[in-house]
Design a protein around this ligand. Structure first.
Ligand code: SR1
Ligand code: MG
Length: 420
């Protein structure tokens, strides 16, 4: 079977995916390559092919292949498949720092840009679980610990300077960063023809783009994103990049939460990953508010504090365990970093929530709402972003960020005709 995809390397199909397994010695211990019983293509992201292969004993392996273009748009938007290498390298490093918080990487084929990963079929994508009204308590804290472990362990705090320089050099990821620079920091304010909103939200999008305070803040955030190489970030840490598994098999507290899809990994500002999480909690809360479930909205907003508190505790713990250079990296720096990151999480959160409403690549939380409800949810998220940039230096506690968002989401709520 051929794919018809124009690529300078072999693109996997369900048939050739099995052959790929057999050709990779590193996979022999993870699946019986002679007894593969099922192959499913499950990629629902914006960029890649993803196959889950299972053998007769029920053991599974995931193969993830980078296409030479953006899947969401099609072959007209070419994109380096070398992003698979970035994902593999980030997984290796992050896996050493927080092994329980990322999928295990079994193998990487640099010729076909294929990662072989731990099968997480007993997990769910957190965003879809949230959309279904489930909680998976503990996932927000797990992601806070993940960001902290990576922040400390890949920065000059936890890595020898020469080692960190080599890691940084190998992690330069310009094509993927350009997507973020364009889609997250620029296009919500300077439409490049990829934006869209409901007709009822056109005035909200226009007000956003005309908001000089917002645009200036996003300019500063973009500068920080492009220049401040603090740590090897995940780079796209939204709730669709987290897999969760509840101990009860339903939606109760998690016994596992893992950040995946780190192809946007690069050395950047730590607060970018925190802001991505906060933004997506606000988006989850916007959905709940629109659906009239205010208790759930309050719970979703409370995830900001949970992630931050877990991040801070983990970071402080790593600090106590020892820095590479305690001569100059003292408590003053620790407090400075924590205060800076907490305030910057508001700014990056504002950037990340706005792009999901106005720009290309939206979220199912909002898009699956009926339009009469979506209108208010979208407006509430945009107004939250505009307030977050104005208030991030007033009182930067996550509790305050949650309160601001909660008030605006309720104030902008619209109701469908049937609810009136
Ligand atoms: C063109 S890729 C669109 C988005 O998908 C990824 O998940 C990133 O968020 C990117 O911005
Ligand atoms: Mg992704």
């Amino acid at each position: 079977m051929t794919t018809g995809i124009d690529a300078p390397y072999e693109i996997l199909t369900p048939d050739t995916a099995v052959a790929h397994l057999a050709s990779r010695p590193a996979l022999a211990g993870h699946i019986d390559t002679a007894d593969v019983r099922s192959v499913r293509e499950v990629g629902d992201g914006n960029l890649n092919l993803v196959f889950v292969l299972t053998d007769g004993a029920g053991r599974g392996v995931v193969l993830k292949q980078a296409l030479p273009y953006v899947r969401l748009v099609g072959p007209s938007w070419r994109l380096t498949p070398d992003r698979a290498r970035h994902e593999a390298e980030a997984l290796r490093l992050h896996g050493r720092l927080a092994p329980e918080l990322v999928p295990e990487l079994y193998d990487y084929d640099p010729d076909r840009y294929v990662l072989a990963l731990e099968d997480l079929s007993d997990h769910r994508v957190w965003r879809t679980a949230l959309n279904d009204g489930l909680r998976h308590d503990g996932a927000a804290e797990a992601m806070g610990r993940y960001v902290a472990a990576v922040a400390f362990g890949t920065s000059v705090l936890g890595l020898d300077a020469a080692v960190r320089a080599g890691t940084l050099a190998a992690s330069v990821n310009p094509e993927l960063c350009l997507i973020t620079e364009d889609l997250v920091f620029t296009e919500p304010y300077v439409d490049a023809g990829r934006n869209s909103v409901l007709p009822a939200n056109e005035a909200d999008a226009a007000d956003l783009a005309a908001d000089r305070t917002m645009v200036d803040a996003m300019g500063r955030a973009k500068w920080t994103f492009m220049t401040r190489a603090e740590a090897l970030l995940h780079g796209d840490l939204h709730t669709g990049s987290v897999m969760v598994r509840a101990a009860d098999g339903e939606g109760g507290p998690v016994d596992s939460a893992k950040a995946f899809d780190s192809e946007f990994a690069f050395y950047g500002p730590v607060a970018f990953d925190l802001g991505a999480l906060w933004a997506n909690y606000v988006i989850a809360a916007a959905r709940a508010t629109a659906l009239g479930d205010d208790d759930r909205a309050a719970w979703a907003l409370g995830l900001c504090t949970r992630t931050w508190d877990a991040f801070e505790a983990e970071f402080r713990g790593a600090w106590e365990d020892g820095r590479v250079d305690p001569r100059m990296f003292g408590d003053d720096l620790r407090e400075h970093l924590l205060a800076t990151w907490r305030a910057e999480a508001w700014l990056f959160g504002a950037a990340k929530m706005t792009r999901r409403i106005v720009g290309l690549a939206k979220t199912t939380d909002i898009e699956t709402l009926p339009p009469p409800l979506r209108e208010g949810a979208a407006r509430g998220v945009l107004r939250t972003a505009r307030r977050w940039v104005r208030e991030h230096e007033v009182d930067s506690t996550p509790r305050r960020a949650e309160d601001v968002a909660g008030e605006l989401l309720v104030a902008t709520r619209t109701r469908s005709t049937s609810q009136q």
